[in-house]
Design a protein around this ligand. Structure first.
Ligand code: FMN
Length: 360
């Protein structure tokens, strides 16, 4: 990687007056390690803390449910009660004390809810029944995700409650000290389920046309923007394509992105896929980069792609890097907590925390 590329990754980015020290950020990655109920644990302190020490400018805390029924599993984080806020306060303080900014991703799982923890008895494809302590998922339509429990179609009251739950979680995120929040509208979770005709078969004002399918996700994003302080950024993670015949296309995603920009959303975190079990995204480096460039061009707001942005050489050679605002990294940071330092610092000794220099 030459100095110019490193220089850009190492440049700060300012959103609503909040300066993020560089442009390589940690993607939200559910650890399925919450304590009872939905509370961050020592695992989260170490997991997020070590990537903050490792130089990621922003740590996005994993998918955090806005209510008990909105969790994917019983081990998900939550932000709906006071005990959770207190524990998130400790986590946000930890991340910030180690030099990063702290964000949290707010989510409702919809039909991808009440399943086993990955790696345990069939994991994400294995339902946990009500008798075994699970719950019946809520979704736009009674269309199950793979082998999971058939969800209940949401009523108008369920939609209102869910909007209120997102607003309350955004306020709780502020009280916990998070610098920003991200609304999860991708990876096949509730808001994405409303957007896509594959999972949304409604015949009311929430189904059918794109305008109707966008109505509920836009309402949630607007509510979160209103509930979160005006001087703090709100991101949305959205899908650029479902990679499915009859699913969301880049054209539809572009219209959604433009509407998000109109609501005052500060950054689009651009991903794709995961709506249905039989439609994995292609295994291709930088797969969402071009989509992010298109969405930036169409909206004029900040964008950051995620997905297979892990090869340092490739990152150096992304010809369009100047056309996106940051890169979001997942698994490469699981493999190497110091990945961000390696890519954003010039001297070999700076690739390590100062406290470890005597090891060099
Ligand atoms: C262990 C694990 C947990 C994940 N949990 C979440 C999550 O909580 N929210 C989310 O939006 N994406 C989640 N993802 C997807 C990642 O955030 C990211 O989008 C994906 O891994 C692609 O990026 P990568 O190629 O850099 O890993 C998860 C991925 C992994 C590997």
């Amino acid at each position: 990687m030459d100095r110019m590329d490193r220089g850009r990754l190492a440049e700060p980015l300012t959103l609503r007056g909040l300066e993020i020290s560089n442009r390589l950020w940690m993607s939200p990655m559910c650890q399925y390690s919450a304590g009872a109920v939905g509370v961050p644990t020592n695992w989260h302190m170490v997991h997020c803390g070590s990537r903050a020490v490792g130089g990621a400018g922003l740590i996005m805390v994993e998918s955090t449910a806005v209510g008990p029924r909105h969790r994917t599993t019983a081990r998900d984080l939550g932000l709906w009660d006071a005990a959770q806020v207190d524990a998130h306060k400790v986590l946000a303080t930890q991340i910030k004390s180690l030099g990063s900014l702290a964000g949290v991703q707010l989510n409702s799982a919809g039909r991808k809810s009440s399943h086993m923890v990955p790696g345990v008895q069939g994991g994400q494809n294995s339902a946990v029944s009500v008798e075994d302590g699970g719950w019946v998922p809520l979704a736009p339509s009674a269309r199950p995700f793979g082998n999971l429990t058939v969800p209940t179609e949401m009523t108008a009251a369920d939609l209102d409650d869910t909007v209120d739950a997102f607003s309350a979680a955004a306020r709780n995120a502020h009280d916990a000290g998070y610098d920003l929040v991200e609304v999860h509208a991708a990876h096949g979770y509730l808001l994405h389920q409303f957007l896509s005709p594959v999972s949304n078969g409604r015949d009311d004002e929430h189904g059918g046309s794109l305008e109707n399918r966008m109505r509920f996700p836009l309402r949630v994003c607007q509510a979160v923007r209103n509930a979160f302080p005006q001087n703090k950024p709100v991101f949305v993670r959205l899908t650029a394509t479902d990679w499915i015949e009859g699913g969301i296309t880049l054209d539809e995603a572009t219209v959604f992105a433009q509407r998000l920009a109109g609501l005052g959303i500060d950054l689009l975190d651009v991903t794709s896929g995961a709506l249905a079990p039989d439609a994995p995204p292609p295994n291709k480096p930088c797969l969402n980069l071009k989509f992010a460039e298109v969405l930036k061009e169409a909206t004029g707001i900040a964008v950051a792609p995620v997905g297979q942005l892990s090869d340092p050489e490739l990152l150096a050679n992304i010809s369009g890097f100047s056309t996106v605002d940051a890169v979001i990294v997942g698994r490469a940071l699981l493999r190497d907590p110091y990945f961000a330092l390696r890519l954003t610092t010039a001297q070999a000794k700076d690739h390590w925390p100062r406290q470890y220099h005597r090891a060099l």
